[in-house]
Design a protein around this ligand. Structure first.
Ligand code: CIZ
Ligand code: SF4
Length: 367
């Protein structure tokens, strides 16, 4: 194996054409063989997604990570997903995120300083560790998962959120749910919790912007966070679709606003959306409220069966952070691996990883 003294810089790839990068990716993969495995999230663009050995939502990809033998795991997704891969894989395995700027704006809406301040404020009103189970959506940084590990909490994904809430209420009477208020509200609503018992906890307001009575009366405190992509969907998009296609069906992701979920025929995670539309009868018509790359791919796959699959909005585009993983970055990290250089490794500090793994293991056991 040829070994470079220093890693190749990304600048060398920035201006390379897509076709050139595709050829380079294939060539590098051939050289790396079984030493490499590529995982791809459903929201990734086809130009990189096509290289994934395994694809799925966060839950499915997390499960793969527990059983991989490859030396290098390249994650086509966003930062928190690569962190989960690092936590669940073996210590000697290397996890790589092709572009470190591929974050998640929703995950960034909660951070440890704010969560710890919220903990102290809630602890002034009631004993946090006896009354509240902290539940973090998997779309969150590893240190927040570690916080949940330390405080008897758990991680959820959009696939298992109701089950995880069930588990959480068996531990304690209330839940602090972060960072996505929409997933928390929809999942709580499915369990029959009244909306007035799911107030928004605004971490930027003293005491979350709530009175002591509101806190005491709450079942789920919903962190004021959301996904910038899903929040753009509107009930009017559904009305317009139904006017044109009265026999059409609507399926949305629970990160979408509450009124969009209420007006949808089906609500569920990306895995659920893919399964439901794929198994539907030929020639059915679907309006889909989730990330554009998934919907575009699904529309193409369903076309031969005469199914119409339409994206919910005219103004929303793809998730801009997911889109940072492009053929240029993938070719760059792979060629570096061929040269014996590891670039963009994601490593969760050991103390954080232990506690974060505790919450992820709780989640995997409860789902
Ligand atoms: O859990 C995931 O992977 C996300 C972010 C969405 C979904 O529903 O799959
Ligand atoms: Fe985060 Fe939303 Fe992008 Fe998913 S679609 S990675 S929640 S910003």
């Amino acid at each position: 194996m040829q070994v470079h003294a220093a890693p190749i810089q990304f600048d060398h790839f920035q201006s390379k054409k897509n076709d050139d990068c595709q050829a380079r990716i294939l060539a590098a993969r051939k050289k790396l063989g079984k030493r490499l495995v590529i995982l791809g999230h459903h929201y990734q663009h086809e130009s990189v997604y096509r290289h994934a050995d395994f694809s799925g939502d966060s839950l499915k990809l997390s499960k793969y990570c527990e059983n991989l033998d490859a030396e290098f795991i390249v994650f086509l997704g966003v930062h928190f997903m690569a962190e989960v891969a690092d936590i669940l894989s073996r210590p000697e395995q290397v996890v790589i995120l092709p572009d470190l700027a591929a974050g998640c704006s929703m995950a960034d809406m909660a951070n440890l300083a704010k969560v710890e301040r919220s903990f102290r404020e809630l602890n002034n009103v009631l004993n946090f560790d006896e009354t509240i189970t902290p539940v973090t959506y998997i779309n969150s940084a590893a240190d927040l998962k570690a916080f949940c590990g330390e405080h008897g909490g758990i991680v959820c994904t959009s696939t298992n959120a109701p089950k995880i809430l069930d588990w959480s209420f068996k531990q304690r009477e209330k839940v602090l749910f972060f960072p996505d208020q929409n997933l928390g509200r929809w999942s709580g609503y499915q369990m029959g919790i009244p909306l007035e018992q799911m107030p928004i906890w605004d971490p930027d307001q003293p005491q979350g912007g709530l009175t002591i009575e509101q806190i005491k009366n709450a079942k789920i405190l919903l962190w004021k966070g959301h996904c910038a992509v899903h929040q753009m969907f509107r009930p009017q998009n559904i009305e317009q679709f139904k006017q044109v296609h009265p026999d059409g069906q609507v399926i949305s992701h629970p990160e979408a606003p509450f009124d969009v979920c209420l007006n949808s025929d089906f609500v569920g995670s990306t895995e659920y959306i893919l399964k439901t539309v794929s198994e539907a009868a030929p020639n059915t018509k679907w309006l889909v409220g989730t990330e554009l790359n998934l919907v575009t791919r699904l529309a193409e796959q369903m076309q031969p069966q005469g199914k119409l699959v339409q994206f919910m909005s005219h103004v929303v585009c793809e998730c801009s952070t997911m889109a940072r993983i492009d053929p240029q970055h993938l070719a760059w990290v792979l060629e570096n691996l061929v040269d014996g250089n590891i670039v963009n490794q994601i490593t969760v500090p050991a103390d954080e990883a232990v506690l974060a793994k505790l919450t992820l293991d709780r989640m995997l056991a409860a789902s």
